[in-house]
Design a protein around this ligand. Structure first.
Ligand code: ADP
Ligand code: MG
Length: 260
């Protein structure tokens, strides 16, 4: 794992009405690695992801990308470095896979620079990486849940950014498709050097796939680091209020929790 961190949250507070949803939070996102955010419902995971992706402006503190606060950078230039997949998107009616993935090229289009051969190549490449090339001209709504998630990933890959932020990309997928999608996402960081941050609910899948885990509780980072250092009885009790035993996953050697 590299030690660089292009994306950082410093002393970040986000408040809705009078409640601090993120509370003086500090996060360094390691470059070219897979970071997973875990935490109970309402702990601020989506809020953190939205703040990191400039969809939400912190009340205090700042998010920096390449050392410059997000609010001092142009949207288009951020969108060429960082792509975000919010939770629960639904595709417009009748849109085809290719059309949806092509939307990932929006940050590169201007009135003077229309769709180019290079845009087309990048879209095709995203379809190939996600295994969706053979479905390119099908309507997205006719695809299975797992395939639709791959299309969304292809769309943000077409955005051609180094950083990908994904909010619960595996929700509503069965276990086989969760594993398949996480394998693909992990490969993006291992093979293509992407910096990936994803919110996941399944702690054991997080421990298996992540290089780095951020455990959130009440809008603060309770603990972060490698799965082996974050996933402990104490952390799971504190963060999820769950009593558990931890064993070593016999296949991957990663910590695996067994709720008591
Ligand atoms: P998580 O993704 O960990 O489940 P969220 O970041 O979505 O948590 O939400 C954290 C807290 O902020 C929750 O208590 C939620 O109710 C509250 N919250 C989120 N979005 C809003 C909003 N737009 N207005 C008011 N409260 C919100
Ligand atoms: Mg959420």
């Amino acid at each position: 794992m590299t030690t660089g961190t292009r994306l950082k949250a410093e002393n970040t507070t986000v408040r809705y009405s009078r409640m601090n949803v993120l509370d003086g939070l500090k996060v360094d996102v390691p470059d070219a690695a897979f970071t997973v955010i875990i935490g109970p419902n309402g702990s601020g995971k989506s809020t953190l992801l939205r703040a990191l992706s400039r969809l939400l402006k912190p009340n205090t503190g700042q998010i920096t990308l390449d050392g410059i606060p997000l609010n001092k950078q142009k949207n288009r230039s951020i969108a060429q470095k960082l792509a975000v997949l919010p939770q629960g998107l639904s595709a417009p009616d009748a849109i085809t896979v290719h059309e949806l993935v092509a939307r990932g090229r929006t940050p590169y289009q201007t009135p003077f620079k229309q769709w180019s051969h290079q845009d087309e190549k990048i879209v095709e490449d995203a379809l190939i990486k996600t295994g969706m090339a053979e479905h390119a001209y099908r309507p997205v709504i006719n695809l299975s849940g797992g395939q639709q998630q791959r299309v969304w990933i292809a769309m943000i890959l077409a955005q051609n950014t180094d950083i990908l932020l994904l909010d619960e990309p595996t929700t509503f997928l069965d276990l086989q498709h969760q594993i398949e999608l996480l394998t693909l996402i992990k490969e993006l960081s291992v093979t293509f050097g992407k910096t990936v941050v994803a919110v996941l609910h399944d702690i054991n899948l997080a421990a298996r796939f992540a290089d780095n885990i951020i455990a959130l509780k009440d809008g603060r980072v309770h603990k972060s680091g490698k799965p082996a250092s974050v996933i402990s009885k104490q952390t799971i009790k504190m963060v999820f209020d769950l009593k558990c035993e931890i064993i070593s996953d016999p296949v991957h050697g990663k910590p695996h929790i067994i709720p008591v």
